[in-house]
Design a binder for this molecule. Sequence first.
Ligand code: FES
Ligand SMILES: [Fe+2]
Length: 409
Amino acid sequence: MQMAMSMQVRPFVPNLGQHINLNFPKKQSNSTFTPSSHRDSQSHTETLIHHFNPKTPIEEAVTPPTSWYTDSSFFHLELHRIFYTGWQVVGPTEHVKDPRDFLTGRLGDVEFLVCRDDSGQLRAFHNVCRHHASILASGSGRKSCFVCPYHGWTYGLNGSLLKATRISGMQNFNVNDFGLLPIKVATWGPFVLLNLEKEKEVDTHNVAKAWLGSCSETLSTSGIDSSLSYVCRHEYTIECNWKVFCDNYLDGGYHVPYAHKSLASGLKLDSYSTEMFERVSVQSCESSSENSKENYDRLGRKAIYAFIYPNFMINRYGPWMDTNLVLPLGPNKCQVIFDYYLEHSLKDDKDFIEKSLQDSQKVQIEDIVLCEGVQKGLQSPAYCVGRYAPTVEQAMHHFHCLLYENLTE
Ligand code: FES
Ligand SMILES: [Fe+2]
């Protein structure tokens, strides 16, 4: 097993007077005054982080406490420190392939818009009208400009304000100051990524290293690339904390024989292995040699399940790849977006596609039932912390250590 972990654990230094930096111009405050109630709650939230100790070896470690999964102040801290920093996947490049294509979405409180301008350059903006904050575009599709549905202010694909309606008489107004606020955007393979950090210099040409570290080549050579055809998207809203879904993914196949009986029959579960990199873990499993031809066609010889911190999963098996993007919606709610890709030669085989998607959906429903059950258990007074099965749950422990590191940064 290759281990390329670099885990920096920093001592906790309370910083009670510090405002959380939202990284957005209009939300930043120059004031150094922090009300004491705010200080107390911030300090309470900081304390919760340290209820998990990443230095304890997995054999002795307890899991993060329930507050990490249920507390709303902890949830808001996560948005700022985990999701509003670093590169975050937001969708497939397929949705912004050609000039004038656009996609929209929401990450935490951030409404974003990604489009390809007329010259073919990919751009991203906050999807918020500069007049009275209406959401500008919705869904995805193709547009030559963005017209606000509220009062008709119109923006170009480069974000500039092209037309502000009925502004005669308005003074001290310069259209150049009222373009859409840009967001840093990049791509890796078939994925679009955003970086919401405003202050930091970010190299948009070196995403592979910043996002995937030493694992980027392993992923590229495992068939995770742009050669696959995009098939479709399935979305699920799940009544659980976003980390419950990630934890479920990261248990090294522990739950598979109990919760996914039909999938388990197609896999050789004793071949399950886990490899960890800086911010990525890769689990793999071979297919059972007694597989039916139908199962073998779908699952192939070996499946790999890559988890990219904090919330993105890439599953590559047989001719298929599906990705799972886990979006935090609240302490007790998340949305998981599945995008399916298939080898080009099979893209017109409707029966095969339909059967495969049905099999996949069955597994998703089984996982949703588990995750929603866990969230209820986490909310009950009966549970506070749990333990790790050291031979299988290494990737989950790795995830929790990364969360700690990220939250204490
Ligand atoms: S809010 Fe967009 S034009 Fe008024
Ligand atoms: Fe599962």
